[in-house]
Design a protein around this ligand. Structure first.
Ligand code: GMT
Length: 376
């Protein structure tokens, strides 16, 4: 099939999911066209099956806001015609579903009927999408999509709660590639640079937005390190990073915290981590937690949104109410206090991650594309 994928090219989860999905589809012989404003971070190599088309937005002084949606929908029209693309898959409703719908209409005008699938990822529904300034347009473009998917049951329920949805929403969970997880040599060497062998390594990866509750991450770690020698790896960048640095300084733990910024070495960092923290305010799925679990890293998370669909309490880690950092720290200590317990949680995390193997999820997307093309 010839599939166009529209996504954000950044480090965020929706962009990662879209890119990994496209790459895996290409490996199976489908022709994939990524259409976005920058080459996606996880899209290293282009080949016969993987194409990237950049959306350019010419700057014009009259515009206070440059019209990205206009440029994107025009690019979609051009690319669909040029490459005979059969199906359009947009990730993150804002503004992609809106731009996709406009492209669909323009193409219809020329006698081309292209089905559009919209995948909802989380903040496009729970934080940004239901803002009154965006809501009518988001509601409209979800209902005008030919197929709508959400990455968790919880997100589906939130979408139906916040919006007036007339379309069936299919839940297709996020996935992970379980193969190729061998960094044995690097793991030993890099770990020894970060921490003593007697110290446990605790990791958090995110975009450092408010929703991730970074002060909770630091508070949990502060309590853990009072009882268990440990180091905190903070990976990612965003608006809350300066506050995190300040908090670590105030608590006197700067020498125990390493800030990596946006890193392309996520796999290596996770390969030597002992515990992952994700105490978010809301999380439609928690791809970062799943990535950790695939590296045999147990997860301490909040019990919000789709997290209970990924992290199982007492099995792959523990879940607590948002903000209950005392309980989160206590649960972390339970996991870390002896090697036997840690090993059991590590194995469980890995076993659970395997149920989200891309091998299980990809056929669901392929089936959806086939239906979309057949029923157009
Ligand atoms: O909040 C983020 O981490 C970024 C955001 C995004 O849109 O890229 O992530 C959302 O989509 C991910 C992939 O489906 C999910 O794993 C995240 O849980 C979701 N974030 C939130 O719901 C806050």
């Amino acid at each position: 099939m010839k599939i166009a994928i529209v996504c954000y090219p950044t480090f965020g989860g929706s962009g990662v999911v879209a890119t990994e999905l496209g790459l895996e589809l290409a490996l199976r012989g489908h022709e994939i066209h990524f259409i976005t404003y920058r080459q996606p971070v996880r899209l290293a190599l282009l080949n016969n099956n993987v194409h990237y088309h950049e959306v350019n937005v010419p700057e014009y002084p009259l515009f206070h806001y440059q019209p990205y949606e206009l440029a994107l929908s025009s690019k979609l029209v051009d690319m669909v015609k040029l490459h005979n693309i059969e199906v359009l898959h947009v990730h993150y409703a804002i503004p992609h579903a809106y731009a996709g719908y406009m492209a669909k209409q323009m193409l219809l005008d020329e006698g081309i009927n292209i089905p559009m699938i919209t995948t909802l990822h989380g903040t496009d529904i729970t934080l940004v999408g239901n803002h009154p300034y965006y809501k009518p347009a988001v509601n409209f473009s979800i209902n005008k999509s030919d197929y709508v998917t959400s990455v968790s049951q919880s997100l589906k329920e939130d979408t139906c709660k916040y919006f007036n949805i007339s379309k069936e929403i299919e839940v297709i969970p996020n996935f992970i590639e379980i193969k190729n997880h061998d960094f044995t040599e690097q793991k030993v060497c890099k770990r020894s640079v970060m921490a003593k062998s007697s110290e446990r390594i605790i990791t958090h990866i995110s975009n450092f937005r408010k929703v991730k509750r970074i002060p909770d991450v630091i508070d949990i770690f502060y309590k853990i390190q009072q009882q268990i020698p440990s180091k905190l790896m903070l990976v990612g960048d965003g608006p809350e990073k300066a506050r995190a640095e300040y908090l670590c300084e105030t608590l006197g733990i700067t020498d125990k915290v390493i800030f990596f910024g946006n890193s392309n070495e996520i796999d290596q960092i996770l390969s030597y981590s002992d515990l992952f923290l994700l105490p978010s305010e809301t999380e439609s799925f928690g791809l970062a937690a799943l990535e950790a679990m695939a590296w045999r890293v147990p997860v301490i998370s909040s019990n919000t949104g789709g997290l209970p669909e990924v992290n199982k309490n007492g099995v792959s880690g523990y879940l607590s109410d948002v903000g209950n950092t005392d309980e989160m720290a206590q649960n972390a200590i339970t996991i870390l206090q002896d090697m036997n317990t840690l090993e059991i949680f590590k194995n469980n995390a890995y076993q659970l991650a395997k149920t989200f193997d891309i091998e299980n999820i990809l056929p669901i997307y392929e089936n959806l594309y086939q239906r979309a093309i057949a029923n157009k």
